[in-house]
Write a protein that binds this ligand. Structure first.
Ligand code: SF4
Length: 465
């Protein structure tokens, strides 16, 4: 073993580990800071999602070309993972390798096949991004993606060069025939400088991997670590169902949505950090495709940026309420929140949800003028549509709210919840008045939006964002 090489590797590992660990710790603390949400039930469904969506890449393969490109890179990295340790051992000792696996011909063949697939995937990704230039990448961090693709290409090319030079020097522990891609150039590498090439290639390989490791948590490629976690803790219930508001919880624990970054649940935080900025959600979003301001991709990116900017301040407050800017309109505008038609189209591609609207409406008295009629109807009858109210005398109950269900709705609600419902209803009524016509509260108009400037304080609660 070369002691200088061992010391150099130890220093490189410590530096990379420290930089990576600092960022990883911040992200872990941010996620721990998130509001609670129950995502530990239904373990079989979660395990199934992990196999189908993560290992099987099912969502990405809905688009065959880009899906195969991503799957080649993802599967390649799983197969190539042990080569990281093989290279580190080889960097320190030219004649050593990983016990057992490093000597297997079949593994050398797998490495050759999957390294080639990764390289093909990287080239395909460059062609998609630089030649095809699909609209879905507009607004994404394109430079970050380019850096990552170059690093991946560097990892694979240096691996091929290292293997080829080892075969040329007769250092390969496996039969050369099992590594067909490296064996070909090896025939031209019987040169006096090949030993230097072998050292340069293995060190380049190790250092690019460590740079890649450090860069990941600082870039959108954080999804490499968090996507699998995000899929595991995704919803297993029916799509499109909003999390119910727990009206029986103590006042300071009732959540109507997220006003600031600190109000996000830990799962929503993981959602934002596992976005790959691929733009598939934007491609299928009817609001975006009809010229609305909402882009699901830009929304999730803006929330992530806001979380990473405000999260450390909230952590520094150590449990005390930090003065954080509101998500709306700091991260996203009102239009973006209200443009969502909750169609669920993006669920096929990603597991993001849009719940900011509830907070905007229930907690801040801000709504677009066009919602006035609906909100007034809710305040008056408890319903958004023009169908009669369940308990209206002399009217037939609507089919969705009839019989015993209707009676339960009107008779079995605890007094504490009834008072909350009344409060919420009055709140909505005030919103509808401020958005539809003259408001009792002072109002300001911003780009067609009517904003009640009152910061209500019923029951001592501050309703402002
Ligand atoms: S939210 Fe999902 S589909 Fe949309 S850009 Fe991010 S990763 Fe892609």
């Amino acid at each position: 073993m070369n002691t200088i090489a061992a010391a150099a590797l130890a220093i490189a590992l410590i530096v990379a580990g420290t930089l990576f660990g600092r960022r990883a710790l911040l992200i872990y603390r941010l996620i721990r800071m998130g509001k609670p949400v129950a995502r530990f039930d239904d373990l079989p469904a979660r395990a199934q999602a992990e196999v189908v969506v993560v290992i099987g890449q099912s969502k990405l393969l809905q688009r065959l070309g880009p899906g195969l490109m991503h799957a080649a890179i993802f599967w390649g990295f799983i197969v190539l993972f042990p080569t990281i340790f093989i290279a580190m051992i080889g960097a320190v000792d030219q004649h050593a390798t990983l016990p057992w696996l490093g000597r297997q011909g079949w593994y050398a063949l797998l490495v050759a096949i999957f390294a080639f697939l990764v390289l093909a995937g990287v080239i395909a990704a460059f062609v998609i991004r630089k030649v095809q230039r699909p609209q879905r990448f507009a607004g994404s961090h394109v430079r970050e993606a380019d850096v990552i693709l170059l690093l991946i290409a560097g990892i694979v090319i240096s691996l091929f060069v290292w293997h080829a030079s080892r075969i040329a020097l007769g250092l390969n522990e496996y039969p050369a025939a099992w590594a067909p891609i490296s064996s070909l150039p090896a025939q031209a590498l019987h040169q006096p400088w090949t030993p230097y090439l072998e050292r340069a290639a293995v060190w380049a390989h190790v250092l690019i991997i460590l740079s890649f490791l450090v860069y990941l948590p600082y870039s959108k490629h954080l999804h490499i670590f968090l996507a699998a976690v995000n899929v595991f803790f995704g919803r297993t219930r029916k799509r499109g169902r909003l999390e119910p508001v727990d009206l029986e919880a103590p006042d300071d624990q009732v959540r109507y949505g997220a006003a600031t970054a600190a109000d996000l649940t830990w799962k929503q935080m993981v959602d934002t950090m596992s976005c790959t900025e691929c733009g598939r959600c934007q491609d299928v979003c009817p609001a975006f495709n009809t010229g609305k301001e909402l882009s699901p991709k830009l929304l999730i990116m803006a929330l992530r940026d806001q979380l990473l900017a405000d999260g450390p301040k909230a952590l520094a407050a150590r449990g005390a309420a930090a003065q954080l800017p509101p998500l709306v309109p700091t991260a996203v505008t009102d239009n973006v929140v209200w443009d969502c038609v909750t169609c669920g189209a993006t669920w096929s591609w990603s597991s993001r949800g849009f719940r900011r609207r509830r907070r905007r409406c229930c907690a801040t008295s801000i709504a677009p003028p066009t919602r006035g009629a609906s909100l007034r109807r809710i305040a008056r009858t408890g319903q958004t549509g023009s169908a009669p109210m369940c308990s209206s005398p002399g009217r037939s109950p609507p089919t969705s709210c009839s019989g015993s269900a209707a009676r339960r709705l009107t008779t079995s609600v605890p007094a504490r919840v009834q008072s909350r419902l009344r409060s919420c209803s009055k709140r909505l009524a005030s919103t509808s008045r401020s958005s539809g016509r003259a408001s009792r509260a002072p109002a300001t108009r911003r780009g067609g939006w009517v904003t009640s400037t009152r910061s209500s304080s019923r029951q001592g609660r501050t309703w402002g964002p």
